[in-house]
Design a protein around this ligand. Structure first.
Ligand SMILES: *Cc1c(COP(=O)(O)O)cnc(C)c1O
Length: 230
């Protein structure tokens, strides 16, 4: 995509975040953009980076590693289903700053082990399958609290919040799911935790997600245009 278009997309996105935040009495600075760059070119990523975007999200380890080879000054968040045998590649990268998709104790233990090896504390989010969609990964809402309790005992992991992928529907239809995730975070925090982050909202529904308390929105298409799957 042309540099000019990418710049415009980013400006429009920022404007929409600002207007939405103002409308619901939030500070736009609380809302971080995770630019989802899967299937997008390194040159497009570079242009957005030059425009001040720092954090990019990828859902495949191999693709993230390849892009990381050709780019500098990027912080990565891993946002896809993660196999345990690939955890080591992410934990070796100082600029892989968060794993947003922790959905099992075995995965958490592996992240902890590799974090220890690399002498770091890895920030993670717990992925919740808030709509109980059988095609999606993530914990059930009613087991999330106990799960946070368990994995927070692992010394080299820091649970910073919750993440969800809402069903692909009209934005208004997914509002109840975002509300439910926000409420779940509060319930967990009432038990003595201090989770900060709510990663929810994508290109089609980030406005509603912000209205319901998102602190991270994961947007691909809105920034980069349609993904090229060839
Ligand atoms: C692809 C993807 C996104 C971004 O989707 P868009 O609709 O292009 O904004 C967000 N989150 C996850 C986990 C994804 O895989």
């Amino acid at each position: 995509m042309l540099a000019e278009e990418l710049r415009e997309n980013l400006q429009e996105l920022k404007q929409e975040i600002k207007e939405t935040a103002e409308r619901v009495g939030r500070d736009a600075k609380e809302i971080k953009i995770i630019a989802v760059s899967k299937n997008q070119s390194s040159s497009s990523i570079d242009i957005l980076k030059e425009q001040g975007l720092k954090v990019f999200g990828e859902n495949r380890v191999q693709e993230l590693l390849e892009k990381n080879e050709s780019l500098e000054g990027i912080e990565w968040h891993f946002i896809g289903h993660l196999q345990r045998n690939k955890v080591k590649y992410l934990l070796r990268m100082d600029n892989c700053k968060m794993i947003q998709s922790v959905d099992s104790y075995r995965l958490a233990k592996e992240i902890n082990k590799r974090a220890k090896k690399n002498k770091r504390i890895m920030p993670v989010l717990v992925e919740v399958n808030i709509a109980e969609d059988e095609n999606k990964f993530g914990l059930k809402a009613d087991s999330a609290c106990q799960f946070v309790q368990e994995i927070q005992k692992l010394e080299n992991i820091k649970v910073e919040g919750l993440m969800t992928i809402a069903p692909y529907k009209e934005a208004e239809e997914v509002r109840p799911y975002f509300k439910k995730l926000a409420k779940l975070k509060e319930e967990i925090n009432n038990k003595g935790f201090s989770l900060k982050e709510l990663s929810m909202g994508m290109s089609n529904d980030f406005v509603v997600a912000i209205e319901e308390g998102a602190t991270m929105i994961r947007v691909g298409t809105t920034l980069f245009g349609k993904r090229n799957y060839n």
